[in-house]
Ligand binder design. Structure first.
Ligand code: CS2
Length: 439
């Protein structure tokens, strides 16, 4: 039996306490992968559980029909399993109304963005989904492609303007440094090139707040779905598995109404930068190092790599001595406690977070995770031995038999094969733009 609104659930599984069918969709979310379902959709479900209304989510997949096939037959319902050392907890999430596939029905996506009830368009499209060139500008040729977020957003905004509706908040929830500013700049580049009539309206009507998003969400496996089915008594194809920890820090700069996410654990702040910088350089920086060093030493999962006595001190040094001094902490932000918590989170044996999942798209991740830290230390006349081990491990990974899943895969493999690999990757005119120069 497939999960649906009619499925009788075990009493141990909490379900939405609000009238799902009565909620209008206030959010269009582009890139509805496992991360969104375990993070923003949970906060939104909680906000509606706490009394907010009309914040249903229309999910969009730009390319693949997989998530639509998982969730639409289930009326958008799915479970989140939270796994820690103390066991697992399951709950049903009701915030997602349906999933659209842009490749199959582009007009439906444009109509959803243009709907009068929509106030927020949010994104988890991964680093490469922003189509940013090394100099920070938009890759204008790629941005007119069929799976470009910019095309859909611009067409939706044009329809709003024509209908004399208000603008929307564009909320980037990806791991980029200054994600709000990046999205605003790239959206402006797109409009200037292809919709100049919309540029002034966009500047006056739409905002792009920065966010720091944090929850570890491994890709769901068939084994995970089987465990959920045993508890639920129904098949949930859209199940997601995650850790207990969750954090969301959002710049309070919305163009119109928003859910009261701050009532359900999110932090609405004036400046996200200290949280975002700490998260990228510490959590994500350590993750990428664990991935490449760990794979090189034959591990499959994060918890195995961090327990390896050869790797643990490298990660601890990366967190405490390399990343920490580069971060201007906000008042009350305790970076030593954050490093402790990260080491505990990485050690969670119940998550089964694959290193190869983190290893993908290294060319898109490494600049904000490692190179800004390296550049800071270089400016202070210091080296970073842990990050240098990480870079060596990345090059070894690019030379290995592992499949390289990265938009620059071919170029990276060629550069890494060279005896001057570091120079070809990071030197002047190298593949990876950065302020850090190899010594
Ligand atoms: C990971 C992130 O896959 C990766 O690159 O570092 O997805 C990480 O798990 C999340 O950012 C945690 O919030």
């Amino acid at each position: 039996m497939r999960l649906s609104a009619q499925t009788p659930l075990p009493t141990s599984v909490p379900a939405p306490g609000y009238d799902r069918a009565a909620q209008a969709a206030g959010i269009v979310h582009i890139g509805i992968g496992a991360f969104h379902r375990a993070h923003q959709a949970v906060y939104t479900d909680d906000a509606m559980g706490a009394g907010d209304r009309d914040w249903g989510i229309v999910g969009v997949s730009l390319r693949s029909g997989d998530v639509a096939a998982q969730l639409n037959p289930q009326e958008g319902l799915y479970t989140v399993s939270t796994r820690g050392t103390a066991g697992a907890e399951l709950r049903l999430i009701g915030a997602v109304r349906k999933v659209l596939v842009a490749a199959d029905d582009p007009q439906a996506v444009i109509d959803a963005i243009a709907a009068p009830t929509t106030h927020i368009v949010s994104f988890t499209v991964t680093e490469k989904g922003y189509l940013r060139r090394a100099d920070g500008s938009l890759d204008l040729a790629a941005a007119v492609g069929a799976s470009s977020l910019y095309r859909f957003v611009a067409a939706g905004l044009a329809a709003r303007k024509a209908a004399r509706l208000r603008g929307v908040t564009l909320l980037s929830c990806d791991n980029l440094a200054g994600n709000g500013t990046v999205l605003r700049r790239l959206m402006r580049d797109y409009l200037a090139a292809y919709h100049p009539d919309l540029s002034a309206w966009f500047d006056g009507e739409c905002t792009c707040p920065a966010t720091m998003i944090d929850r570890i969400v491994p890709a769901t496996t068939d084994a995970d779905r089987a465990v959920v089915e045993a508890t639920l008594g129904a098949r949930d194809e859209g199940a997601v598995v995650t850790e207990g920890f969750s954090q969301w820090v959002i710049e309070d700069d919305f163009a119109g109404p928003r859910p009261r996410w701050e009532k359900v654990g999110a932090e609405l702040v004036a400046d996200v930068a200290p949280y975002e910088t700490a998260k990228l350089r510490m959590l994500n920086g350590a993750h990428s190092a664990l991935a490449y060093i760990g794979l090189g030493r034959g591990h499959d999962y994060v918890h195995q790599a961090v327990a390896d006595p050869e790797i643990h001190p490298v990660i601890e040094r990366l967190l405490r001595e390399e990343a920490t001094p580069t971060i201007d902490a906000a008042p009350g932000q305790d970076l030593a406690a954050y490093a402790d918590a990260l080491l505990d989170r990485f050690a969670n044996p119940a998550l089964h977070h694959r290193l190869i999942q983190i290893a993908m798209d290294g060319s898109q991740k490494i600049p904000q995770r490692w190179l800004e830290t390296l550049a800071w230390h270089q400016a202070h006349g210091q080296r970073c031995s842990s990050l240098e081990v990480g870079i060596a491990a990345w090059i070894a990974f690019l030379r290995s038999d592992h499949p390289i899943d990265d938009p620059l895969a071919d170029k990276l493999r060629k550069a890494a094969a060279d005896t001057d690999a570091i120079e070809r990757l990071f030197g002047d005119g190298g593949l990876i733009a950065s302020d850090w120069r190899p010594a």
